[in-house]
Design a protein around this ligand. Structure first.
Ligand code: DGT
Ligand code: CA
Ligand code: CA
Length: 591
């Protein structure tokens, strides 16, 4: 898939146009197209072949032509021309949070900065302050930003790496003699970012697999090649490690190369205590060297007295103890999800109509979908005034009559204003089936203010879910400063759910925070925040994050039947007291 390649090219073009100070509409057009290409699950080459490129939201005739040119020739003349006179390093400066096109241009023209290294040096030496708009505090932020950019470049987000890994699996599956093939490493554990793609295969003819792998069109450069292992650089920049194994060792190798390293160390200790030796080749009796297991993972774990442990848990965060005492959690699965509580439409910044969204959710087998467009304060997203919302809700209700197979719910992703008030009055919120509260402004509030703001919103009887609770964007923007424990306690007190947002760059809550929320008994919602239909497919990433957080289906509100979901959403609203009496509050909906 060249989707990300083309997306990055368009992003680059937008950056260049920004530095050149060109028409903002043109810039936005490239950005939007890049974003939509990134979240596309269909292969852009397939779309090009079938002349369907213009079905990608934001891609018109002009951009479709550029995509075709790129796919055919590997370059786009217009973009090459625009690049002239702007060193690539200058464009890269804009990846640093806080450095916009104007500053990048200024740094280049006044200080000759063309690399992050040079920028870092100047910032450390205090030589940037004094430049237009740069103060000592900005310098400190720039240094923080440089570290963020570097971290982001070293690791690839899961949502980007997973389709690349699966594509490689698919490409190697077809080779005669290949019998088993699996992704391993952090990718199999579904970590939010991965350092490389680890692939394991069994084959009767390793040489053939090596030949096939090293000549794959996805492989840009072969870094290392042996008889049974190879490393290569993927066209998309990430490294790929491949190992070919004997079938009798496949399970042991899978355990070993899935890791994590910490998990491996723990299970090796257990093996030693039992007079066994565990390696990537199998489990062996220490005294005689006799093989006791190795072909499957279940067999390997069983040999050391443990049940099979789901890869997402293998981080040495208590899973070995839980396995040993029969207390492994029953993890939520993608199939447990009954609906999506957070989706956008063309009414605000989504690219699909209500009708299209509902039809797509129904095709995915959802039992319900909540349409949650933005509220008025989210002006850049085209947020709806109360009157516009009322008209929107009417349309949502009308679409319901045409889709009896799925429950269509009217909601809102309602801004949490700076003081914690909701962007719509209660009377307006009362007309909605489910309300999600979200912070979209004033990210730099001090910790206590931000925490108070969010907790106040959770106390609002009409708010059921808190969206993307830290606002972080992987590799782009850190979390805002908020006391999550306090937020979790508020959610627990009021019986509200906290979101795991599945959007690849968000995954917010992350695994660690979601685990903490779970431990505190907080309800969770796993949502896609879909802006294009394709985003509905990212639910898998949110569910993986939930699994890494040890979450089962009972704690996740959108695995519940719609009746239970709605009863829960109503339970904090005025007038719900009678139904609730004698059942406790939040806890009553947990199981
Ligand atoms: P990554 O690639 O940085 O996202 O993280 P991993 O976990 O995929 O790490 P990677 O690719 O270096 O190695 C894959 C697995 O191989 C790792 O999770 C555990 C295993 N492994 C690698 N090196 C060692 C080691 O020195 N000791 C042990 N016990 N296991 C190792
Ligand atoms: Ca790895
Ligand atoms: Ca590796």
């Amino acid at each position: 898939m060249k989707n990300f390649e083309v997306a990055r090219l368009f992003d680059l073009m937008a950056d260049i146009l920004e530095i050149r100070g060109e028409n903002p509409f043109r810039i936005r057009a490239y950005r939007r197209a890049a974003q939509n290409l990134e979240s596309l699950t269909e292969d852009v080459e397939t779309l090009a072949r079938e002349e369907r490129l213009q079905e990608i939201p934001g891609v018109g005739e002009d951009l479709a032509g550029k995509i075709v040119e790129y796919l055919r020739t590997g370059r786009v003349k217009d973009i090459e021309a625009a690049k002239k006179g702007i060193p690539p390093g200058v464009v890269q400066l804009m990846n640093v949070p806080g450095i916009g096109p104007k500053t990048a241009r200024l740094l280049h023209e006044k200080e000759g900065v063309t690399t992050l290294d040079r920028l870092e040096k100047l910032a450390r030496a205090g030589k940037l302050r004094g430049l237009q708009g740069i103060q000592a505090k900005t310098e400190a932020n720039i240094l923080k930003g440089i570290a963020q950019v570097r971290a982001g470049q070293e690791r690839m987000p899961l949502g980007h790496a997973l389709p690349l890994g699966r594509e490689l699996v698919h490409a190697l599956e077809g080779i005669p003699g290949v019998s088993a093939i699996e992704l391993a490493g952090s990718l199999r554990r579904m970590k939010e970012t991965v350092g490389d793609i680890d692939l394991l295969v069994t084959s009767t003819d390793p040489a053939k697999v090596m030949r096939a792998f090293t000549t794959l069109p996805q492989v840009a450069e072969v870094l290392e090649r042996g008889n049974t292992k190879a490393s290569a650089r993927h066209r998309e920049g990430i490294q790929v490690d491949l190992r070919v194994l004997e079938p009798e060792s496949f399970g042991a190798a899978l355990v070993y190369f899935t890791g994590s390293k910490q998990h491996n160390i723990r299970i090796r200790e257990i093996a030693v205590k039992r007079g066994l030796k565990i390696s990537e080749y199998g489990v062996f009796r220490a005294s005689t060297g006799r093989r006791v297991a190795g072909a499957t993972e279940a067999e390997v774990y069983a040999a050391i007295g443990l049940p099979w442990i789901p890869p997402e848990l293998r981080e040495d965060l208590g899973e070995v103890e839980a396995a040993a005492t029969g207390r492994l959690p029953r993890l939520v699965a993608l199939g447990d999800i009954r609906g999506d509580l957070h989706c956008h439409t063309t009414a605000t910044d989504g690219h699909q109509t209500i009708e299209e969204l509902v039809a797509a959710a129904e095709r995915r087998g959802h039992e319900y979908v909540v349409v949650t467009d933005h509220s008025a304060a989210a002006r850049v997203a085209g947020g709806l005034s109360a009157a516009e919302l009322a008209a929107h809700v009417k349309k949502i209700r009308a679409v319901q009559t045409k889709h009896p197979g799925i429950t269509v719910l009217a909601g809102s992703e309602c801004d949490i204003l700076a003081d914690g008030a909701l962007d719509y009055p209660d009377a307006v919120l009362a007309g909605l089936d489910l309300v999600i509260g979200a912070v979209h402004s004033r990210f730099k509030q001090p910790r206590s203010e931000m925490t108070g703001r969010i907790c106040r919103a959770l106390a609002n009887p009409y708010v059921s879910v808190l969206a993307h609770p830290t606002g972080r964007l992987i590799g782009e923007r850190g979390p805002y400063d908020v006391d999550l424990d306090e937020v979790f306690r508020a959610a627990k007190r009021y019986g509200k759910a906290i979101e795991i947002n599945s959007y690849p760059a968000r995954l917010d809550l992350n695994d660690v925070h979601a685990r903490r929320a779970r431990d505190l008994g907080v309800l969770i919602a796993v949502n896609t925040d879909a802006h294009v239909l394709d985003h509905l497919g990212t639910m898998e990433l949110g569910v993986a994050t939930a699994r890494r957080a040890w979450l089962g289906k009972a704690e996740i509100v959108n695995t519940w039947p719609v009746k239970k979901l709605l009863a829960w959403a109503r339970s904090s609203r005025p007038g719900a007291g009678r139904q609730r009496r004698g059942r406790g509050r939040a806890g009553s909906f947990r199981r």
